[in-house]
Design a protein around this ligand. Structure first.
Ligand code: MIG
Length: 689
């Protein structure tokens, strides 16, 4: 049951696609409170044992209880524990206990979720704008509510299959030759690889949709050369458009009035990588169509995927901000002995980026309605990505493109995926990645992942290996690192064997992972789930946040601590532990329900196959184009007849619903013997009972 409540005159976010009639009565499920000065907020009293799920790309645990979060898309590259905002704003939560209730706060401006932070059992939702929609979903379990919610917001973006290959990035590979070198090293070491990313330095002066002729003189040929080696290049697109006479994007945007404006009608200016830029007004349909059409150029060069960055939008400074700071310095009293003045001075300078004041100083033309940016802040990255996604639909309607964004809001999940932005090469951020994945899935962001190995700081060999051993299971499996950090490609840490093995395990799992991904997208379901969603009656499973269910057959238990030789795991039922050292080198043992310590060597990947489930594996290859899905090995843990339906398609076109896309793998009984049956060739069956 879904109920919708409308307050005031909310700005349409297009997050919800289902037609739901608004209730006439006032909201029952929450306490609606108006303060004396007219501010609206909502509270809910949580039982001691209630768990709160959701918030998608947010800090801290799977259970969001005990902290306070602000939905306000933020370019903040330091995700320390106290942070309240990251790049996404995903205002969906589920309170789960004896009563289960889902809440979606649909508003494009800032919202605060105080989930037992101020007062232990009080959930308090404070929107910054009184014009909003609230959806209340009740259901039999948290998982049931998530599925209803997902129906409501529409089918998730579907990535091409090659995007399940391993991808290498760094800020930046500056030249063709640097990229060739990366590919050569991967191929020579036989470490599988499908894509290399092009960060901002491929552009000419950081100008969107340009390619530096000096560093990539024959770009189209280069794209082809890479394709011949099984590599796709994925260029970055930034939100800000460089102000430069003669630069077509700038000239057109200015001429056709497609940039965000200040109150005086002039184009709003902020400093980002290219220096001074204007921001396309993605809230405006014409601007979206215009900007979207610009992707065409790179697509005609052979590009099949993009990542949209800096779209919170991030700004380093505005002229107003600098002027204020300079005025402050001019007036600074050098004779003062008040140390606070020093901090004030420092903050004036360090606080120039992403100032709230600047977000309040420009306007969008939402097809006639003029809206101040902060009122719709959380939609900016979403609508940038929508612009690209809609353009891809008409540029090449039958072809899937890879597309993901840094900033997002619910609704954007229909147009692209997300990566979780600038994490650090910290063990704690590997754990954060683990905990964030199921929450992202709840909010519809299925094609997602973090910078494996960590973006900021220097990564170590063991951290990268452990992170990759988890990254195997995330749809976006990309190693990326920041400017100035140590080289983070897998061949830069001495012996490459373990890297090669771990990534090869990914490739042998791709048919399964892709199948589970596609089923999650097509059925508005989750691919990556917390244990509690599959074992809702298991009280202990509810507390486990460092193990995840991937698809229908397996549970994973990543190692996320330095120098650990293994870890404790909790099995909610008997399972089969498959310890992969490589796709073919593995050992299996049945383990019983309960808590165990398992050893996990660096370079090993433990996978638990659930009772009465099976896992299909193919041979690993060095890029997806070579994947042979006619032959499989099956590992199964069952003593009875079972079936696994694998989804398979060409990976590029959009004929999702064809019955040919569903292939059954069955364990059936014949003369008292269990055996595998499939229209594919089964080269080996390992059956455990
Ligand atoms: O201000 O393009 O999150 O992945 O490498 C930094 C350079 C801008 C932020 C992205 C990161 C990317 C970087 N970008």
């Amino acid at each position: 049951m879904i109920k919708k409540y409308i307050y005031g005159q909310p700005i349409e976010t297009n997050a919800v696609v289902m037609d739901i009639e608004a209730e006439k009565d006032s909201i029952q499920a929450l306490n609606e409170i108006q303060t004396d000065d007219g501010k609206l907020f909502f509270t809910y009293f949580m039982e001691n044992d209630d768990i709160v799920y959701g918030l998608g790309e947010a800090n801290r645990g799977i259970n969001k209880r005990g902290y306070i979060y602000e939905s306000f898309c933020s370019d903040d590259p330091l995700h320390t524990e106290e942070k309240r905002s990251l790049y996404g704003a995903h205002n969906f939560i589920v309170i789960s206990g004896i009563v289960n209730i889902g809440i979606f706060v649909d508003t494009p401006s800032q919202v605060q979720f105080d989930i037992g932070y101020t007062s232990k059992n009080v959930l308090k939702i404070t929107p910054s704008d009184d014009n909003l929609k609230i959806y209340i979903i009740d259901g039999t379990s948290a998982y049931d509510i998530v599925k209803q919610f997902r129906k409501m917001i529409g089918r998730s973006y579907i990535a091409p299959k090659w995007a399940f290959g391993f991808q290498q990035s760094r800020w930046s590979y500056y030249t063709e030759d640097e990229i060739r070198e990366v590919v050569k090293n991967y191929r020579e070491n036989h470490i599988p690889l499908d894509a290399v990313y092009m960060d901002i330095d491929y552009m000419d002066g950081y100008k969107d949709f340009t390619v530096s002729e000096e560093r990539f003189p024959n770009f189209k040929d280069f794209v082809q050369e890479m394709r011949q080696q099984g590599i796709r290049l994925v260029p970055i697109i930034d939100a800000g458009v460089k102000i430069e006479e003669g630069y077509d994007i700038y000239e057109e945007g200015k001429y056709y009035q497609l940039f965000c404006k200040k109150a005086d009608g002039s184009d709003f200016t902020a400093g980002v990588w290219p220096g001074r830029t204007h921001f396309p007004d993605f809230m405006n349909t014409n601007a979206r169509n215009w900007f979207g059409s610009k992707y065409q150029k790179l697509i005609s060069d052979g590009i099949e995927g993009f990542w949209n960055d800096m779209n919170e939008p991030a700004m380093f400074y505005t002229d107003d901000g600098i002027k204020e700071a300079v005025d402050y310095i001019k007036e600074f009293d050098f004779d003062t002995n008040d140390s606070n003045k020093f901090f004030e001075l420092r903050d004036k300078l360090t606080g120039l980026a992403n100032r709230r004041k600047d977000y309040e100083s420009f306007y969008h033309n939402m097809d006639g309605q003029i809206v101040r940016h902060d009122k719709v802040h959380n939609l900016y990255g979403y609508y940038m990505t929508r612009a690209a996604g809609e353009a891809f639909e008409y540029i090449n309607p039958d072809k899937r493109m890879l597309l993901f964004s840094r900033s997002s809001y619910i609704g954007m999940h229909r147009y692209g995926g997300v990566w979780t932005g600038d994490n650090q090469s910290w063990w704690s951020h590997l754990l954060l990645n683990i905990k964030m994945m199921p929450s992202l899935n709840m909010c519809g962001f299925i094609y997602s992942g973090a910078d494996l190995g960590g973006f900021g700081s220097n990564c170590t060999r063991d951290l990268l290996l452990r992170w990759l051993a988890f990254g195997i299971f995330t749809p976006l499996m990309r190693n990326h690192t920041a400017l100035g950090t140590r080289n983070q490609e897998c061949y830069n840490f001495g012996d490459t064997q373990e890297f090669k093995n771990i990534i090869a395990i990914r490739y042998s799992l791709i048919p399964y992972l892709y199948s589970e991904y596609m089923k999650a997208c097509l059925n508005d379901d989750m691919m990556i789930k917390p244990l509690s969603f599959e074992y809702p009656d298991d009280e202990f499973a509810k507390t486990v946040e460092d193990q995840l269910i991937i698809g229908e057959s397996i549970m994973i238990t990543p190692v996320y601590q330095q120098n650990a030789i293994g870890r404790y795991v909790y099995l909610p039922e008997d399972m089969l532990l498959v310890r992969f050292a490589s796709p073919s080198k593995r050992s299996c043992c049945v383990m019983h329900k309960g808590i165990h310590f398992i050893s996990v060597g660096l370079g090993e990947v433990p996978v638990f196959i659930r009772k009465n489930k099976l896992l299909p594996l193919c041979r690993s290859v060095e890029c997806i184009d070579m994947l042979d899905t006619s032959k499989f090995e099956i590992i199964s843990y069952t003593d009875r007849e079972i079936t696994y339906t694998m989804y398979e398609d060409d990976g590029y076109s959009k004929n999702y619903d064809s019955p040919d896309n569903f292939v059954d793998f069955a364990i059936t009984e014949n003369d008292g013997q269990l055996g595998a049956v499939c229209k594919k060739t089964i080269v080996k069956l390992s059956l455990f009972q």
